[in-house]
Design a protein around this ligand. Structure first.
Ligand code: BGC
Length: 756
């Protein structure tokens, strides 16, 4: 045994040496390179490695090259053809840095392909942190087996507008939900020995004119909303890097924003990792360095110059930037590389089990699709029915959002050649055809019409028991949708099909909330988001009741643009897909209109009823709540209650706990403070306990720069959504400065379940 163990260890260490490209003699032992000793802490290792570095090596680490060939860039020989590359520092045993987009899978090299998760919004809609972790571990595992050690994932900007082109990369409008989901996704990625980023820090909530737009918001409101989502996700997932965004925040670029990077992130949150820039988001050397930026990304390709080379060296020489700041940048980068296992578990090419990974994507879609309407229990379908499948390229596959995060299947793009021909294209479809998956289940006749000929589609629907219409809305990084209307006259298609057959089911493949003028005419609507690698199978399983729809909306669904804080986005659109921008983009966007009251809080504050509220979603059974009782337990606000499955089928429910703080102003509208996700058989009950997250029971007191829990009565409500309650009560709390009497963050379990 001993002999065997020794030889295995020897083999592994030889493999590591080979991977680093260093000679056996040079790597004689950790004595000469003590930072390679995994028994030391990441901080100790970073400090030791830093001490051994030359100034050139330090500067090498603080700027990363573009790792691809686009934009006229000549790819370095060692790069893998993706977002970022930094050569190995062989003398020190530091591997090359290989950076890959993004949060929904390994985006590049496009042709090699990878497994696509469904939209971030689908994962958020599952309200299931464990599922988010599993998705992260899956994509992180694929990235590592492609040779990447940094994943540019963790999109957590709050959805402030359904038209933002990147909503599909994010996790919704609520800071607690988004923070826990994205934090867990990051933890999953990093479990595979990669650094994950969290991005785009911060308030990058629109794409229109994103490199100049200033997001204007009062600091306290920012801390209670978007920054809280980042804070919770960082506490949960400990990402090795934070990516500062393109936009300005209160007129100052985020990558040179001293308040955002130094004060909030590094001082107040004690963040130990490094800040990397977005691609083309750096505008200065000394100012950025002093504000807290630690690494410039692809400056030679996307910035005016590589600020973190000659200009920063000159600033150090001139005494404008202390050498200690350069050392701090390097120490932070090294610390994350050590902490996340990048050095000890080098990424290298290895086979990928795509079939297993596809199942992970399928489970995410099944858990995150949201059943919005199901009149007269039209769904689930029965095998005996004949089905007209219409539109949405359902004969070929399912849609994917565009831009740097877009993932193509190893089997290729199921519908190549659709516009736009250039960035932010290509428009990619996953080869998982809903039509084939429906055919596998239906014993009755299944026919298909592509929907271009509306009359033909309606005729097909009229001759079938049910019609399933797939509608699509492509969105992508770099532009916003100018309105909520489905493109290409798809509303007319749905209306015509519904007129021909009232048993019409609409499946949405979209970026997020769209206008549905035909809603009352159709029988059922399933929000499938961008459904990911196995979307076709997942949708069919949901339609036929093999999987229970259990997603809940992570975003409010407005009736129309007039209900939004800002009815227009000046300059939104993309001419190459037939949505020409109207008007000039603005220089500022005023988020003080809603402030911290994003999404459902805005609707409550304004007394507006959206079409569907946050947290809403149907299933094939229904649940009742009883015995709701809030109480105080060692400083924790705890709610206990019973959930009973009152319907005929097994199903999953997500009871949600909302808290309304005493007083007026921010906090006078309810906030999601916790939830459970529970699967119950017909007639079965579960006795549940939810702990209100203490971070949601405080307000930020700007005058004294502290979090304060106000004294008074806290209303607690148990919701099927943010507007439908079954059970409420109150607890009285004394004023407390965070965190004087609250349990430490992370100590509280969101939900403890027990079943009858
Ligand atoms: C995006 C980032 C992405 C980076 C690298 C930028 O355009 O905003 O999210 O990680 O490109 O591809």
């Amino acid at each position: 045994m001993t002999v065997h163990k020794t030889s295995t260890a020897f083999f592994i260490s030889m493999a590591m040496l080979a991977c680093f490209g260093v000679s056996a003699a040079g790597a004689a032992s950790n004595m000469t390179r003590p930072w390679l000793n995994p028994k030391l802490s990441p901080d100790q290792r970073a400090t030791l490695a830093l001490k051994a570095m030359t100034q050139d090596e330090k500067f090498q680490l603080i700027s990363i090259q573009f790792g691809d060939t686009e934009n006229g860039h000549t790819m370095s020989p060692g790069a893998l053809g993706s977002a970022g590359y930094g050569p190995a520092i062989q003398r020190l045993g530091l591997p090359a840095i290989q950076e890959s987009d993004a949060g929904l899978g390994v985006a590049k090299p496009l042709k090699l392909g990878a497994t696509a998760l469904p939209s971030g919004l689908a994962t958020a809609a599952s309200f299931d942190p464990a599922l988010a972790y599993a998705g992260g571990a899956m994509i992180g595992g694929e990235a590592h087996r492609r040779g990447f050690n940094v994943m540019l994932a963790g999109g957590v900007d709050l959805v402030r507008d359904p038209r933002n082109g990147r909503n599909f990369e994010y996790a919704g409008e609520d800071p607690l939900l988004a923070g826990l989901i994205v934090g867990n996704a990051i933890a999953g990625i990093q479990s595979q020995h990669l650094v994950s980023t969290i991005k785009h820090f911060a308030l990058n909530s629109l794409e229109t004119a994103r490199t100049t737009l200033s997001a204007d918001i009062a600091p306290a409101a920012a801390r209670e909303s978007d920054l809280l989502a980042f804070e919770i996700a960082i506490d949960t997932g400990h990402p090795g890097a934070v990516m500062c965004s393109y936009n300005r925040l209160n007129s100052v670029y985020t990558c040179e924003n001293d308040w955002l990077l130094n004060t909030v992130l590094k001082h107040d949150w004690h963040y130990p990792g490094f800040v990397m820039s977005d691609w083309g988001a750096v505008h200065s050397a000394a100012k950025s360095a002093l504000a807290g930026l630690d690494q410039e990304s692809a400056g030679e390709t996307f910035d005016k110059e590589v600020y973190f080379d000659q200009p920063l060296r000159a600033a150090v020489a001139a005494g404008q930037v202390p050498q200690a700041r350069i050392d701090d940048m390097v120490r932070r980068i090294l610390r994350s590389l050590f902490a996340d296992g990048v050095i000890d578990h080098p990424a290298q090419q290895a086979p990928i089990d795509f079939a297993a990974d596809r199942k992970v994507a399928q489970r995410a879609e099944e858990a995150g699709a949201v059943l919005l309407r199901n009149k007269d229990a039209l769904l689930p379908l029965s095998a005996a029915q004949s089905v007209a499948v219409i539109g949405g390229h359902a004969d070929k596959g399912v849609l994917t959002g565009g831009g740097s995060s877009a993932v193509q299947s190893p089997e290729g793009n199921a519908v190549p050649g659709l516009p736009p021909a250039a960035w932010p294209g290509p428009r990619i479809y996953q080869p998982s055809a809903p039509l084939a998956a429906i055919m596998q289940r239906a014993h009755g006749k299944v026919s298909y019409a592509d929907g271009k000929d509306v009359a033909a589609a309606a005729r097909l629907a009229a001759h079938s028991t049910v019609a399933v219409v797939f509608v699509e809305q492509w969105a992508a990084e770099s532009f916003d949708l100018p309105h909520m209307t489905l493109p290409d006259d798809q509303d007319a298609l749905v209306a015509a099909v519904a007129r021909a057959n009232p048993h019409t089911i609409v499946v949405l493949e979209n970026n997020g909330p769209v206008a549905m003028p035909w809603l009352d005419q159709v029988g059922a609507v399933l929000e499938a988001w961008y459904p990911g690698a196995a979307g076709g199978e997942a949708i069919a399983r949901l339609l036929y009741g093999e999987a229970d729809p259990a997603g809940r909306l992570p975003v409010s669904w407005p009736r129309n643009e007039a209900q939004l804080p800002r009815p227009q986005i000046p300059g939104a659109g993309l001419a190459s897909i037939g949505l020409p921008p109207q008007g000039q983009p603005a220089e500022h966007v005023d988020y003080n209109i809603e402030g911290a009251d994003v999404g459902y809080r805005w609707y409550q504050r304004k007394g507006i009823e959206p079409l569907f509220p946050f947290g809403y979603g149907l299933g094939y059974t229904h649940f009742a709540y009883s015995n709701f009782k809030p109480s105080l337990d060692h400083g924790r606000v705890v709610a206990t209650f019973t959930v009973t499955n009152r319907g005929p089928r097994k199903g999953i429910d997500v009871p949600q706990l909302y808290a309304t703080l005493p007083g007026s102003g921010s906090g006078s509208v309810r906030r999601l403070a916790g939830w459970c996700r529970v699967s119950l058989k017909p007639g079965q009950s579960a006795h549940l306990e939810v702990v209100a997250d203490p971070r949601l029971l405080t307000n930020f007191d700007d005058a004294h720069q502290r979090w304060l829990r106000p004294a008074g009565s806290y209303l607690l409500q148990l919701g099927h959504s943010a507007t439908a309650f079954q059970g409420q009560g109150a607890v009285t709390l004394a004023q407390a400065e965070w965190p004087s009497d609250a349990p430490p963050v992370g100590a509280s379990q969101p939900c403890l379940a027990s079943r009858d």
